[in-house]
Design a protein around this ligand. Structure first.
Ligand SMILES: [Fe+2]
Length: 294
C-alpha cells in the first residue's frame, strides 16, 4: 500500500514509539500511514523523524516530532492544532507504565471502536472485565465537546469481576471514555485501591497501513503494589482476547455509511464515533465502496 493523500490523517499526530525506548543516538525504523520512516534521537536528546533513507524523498526532509505521554509523536503533514491535553497524566502518585505495542491486522478505527464498546466485556473478557449474567450496558452520556472537538462518554458503569490486577473481588466500575483524535482514545476507570480516584489507560493507534496497525497501550495508574510486568501482562491478556476478534471482523476497513449502523446494539458511543469520523471526512481505514462479502 502507498502513502495516503487523506489530509485529515496527514495533518494529525501519531505515536510511532515509546519515548523511553529511544535512547540518545538511538535509531528505529518503523512505518506510518504507508510511509516507511526512521525515528532517531540526537546526542542532545532531541527526537527526529524522516522518510526512510533511499525512498527518493531527499535526505533534508524531516517530519514534525514531539514527545508527550511517554511517547514520540510524528505528523507527516502540517498539524492544524496542538496535541490533546490530559492534565491528570502528571498528577502526583501516578505510575506511568508503557506497555509497548501490539500488532493488529485491521483498520485502526475498528480498534478504537472496539475499545469504546462495553457490551463485549462479559463475552470476550469473561471473568476479568465482565461475567454473565451482568451483561447490561446501563445508559450513559455521550457528547462531542465543542471546545476540543473530542468525544466524551461519561457515567459509564459496568460490573467487573477483576477490573485490575489489584482488584480483590467484583466491583461496579465507573468509566469515562475520551476520543481525542480519530486514532487516539483513552479511558478513566475507578481505581480499586483508591476510591474516588481514576486510573488512566491510553490506546494510541499507529496505522502502518489502512488495515495494519500497532496499538500502543500506556497506563497511568495509582497502583503501588503490582510490578510493571504484572500490569503489562494484564494488558497483554486483555488485548490478546480482543486481537483475534478484531482480526476476524470483515470488512477490515470500517464502513461509515449510515446504513451500516446497527441501532439495536447498546452502542451509542460507536454511533457517535462513526458520525464524528464522517463529519471530519476521515478516509484512511474507511471502507471506500459497497462491500460485497465473498
Ligand atoms: Fe476488549
Amino acid at each position: 500500500m502507498h502513502i495516503t493523500s487523506d489530509p485529515v490523517v496527514m495533518n494529525d499526530w501519531f505515536v510511532v514509539a515509546a519515548a523511553r525506548s529511544l535512547k540518545a543516538e538511538g535509531l528505529i525504523h518503523t512505518r506510518l500511514l504507508g510511509q516507511d520512516i526512521r525515528v532517531w534521537r540526537d546526542s542532545a536528546g532531541h527526537a527526529h523523524a524522516a522518510p526512510h533513507a533511499g525512498d527518493g524523498q531527499g535526505a533534508a526532509a524531516e517530519y514534525r516530532v514531539q514527545e508527550a505521554y511517554d511517547s514520540i509523536w510524528v505528523s507527516l503533514g502540517k498539524p492544524t492544532r496542538e496535541l490533546f491535553d490530559v492534565p491528570e497524566f502528571c498528577q502526583p502518585g501516578r505510575r506511568i507504565i508503557n506497555c509497548g505495542a501490539i500488532g493488529v491486522h485491521t483498520s485502526g478505527l475498528r480498534i478504537v471502536e472496539n475499545f469504546l464498546d462495553m457490551a463485549h466485556f462479559p463475552f470476550v473478557h469473561t471473568d476479568w472485565l465482565g461475567q454473565e449474567p451482568y451483561t447490561e450496558v446501563k445508559d450513559y452520556k455521550v457528547d462531542v465537546r465543542s471546545d476540543t472537538d473530542e468525544i466524551w462518554a461519561t457515567e459509564c458503569r459496568f460490573w467487573q469481576p477483576k477490573a485490575a490486577p489489584t482488584a480483590s473481588g467484583g466491583m461496579e466500575v465507573e468509566y469515562t471514555y475520551r476520543v481525542m483524535q480519530p486514532f487516539s482514545t483513552m479511558l478513566y476507570k475507578s481505581c480499586p485501591t483508591r476510591p474516588g480516584e481514576f486510573d488512566i489507560i491510553f490506546l494510541l493507534i499507529q496505522p502502518l497501513d489502512e488495515d495494519r496497525c500497532l496499538a500502543h497501550a500506556i497506563f497511568a495508574y495509582f497502583d503501588t503494589t503490582s510490578a510493571d510486568a504484572e500490569l503489562i501482562s494484564f494488558m497483554q491478556l486483555i488485548f490478546g482476547q480482543d486481537k483475534p476478534i478484531l482480526e476476524n471482523q470483515l470488512p477490515k476497513l470500517i464502513p461509515l455509511d449510515a446504513r451500516s449502523e446497527i441501532p439495536t446494539r447498546a452502542d451509542a458511543m460507536s454511533i457517535a464515533y462513526r458520525r464524528w469520523l464522517r463529519e471530519k471526512g476521515v478516509q484512511y481505514g474507511v471502507q471506500k465502496e459497497a462491500y460485497m462479502p465473498a
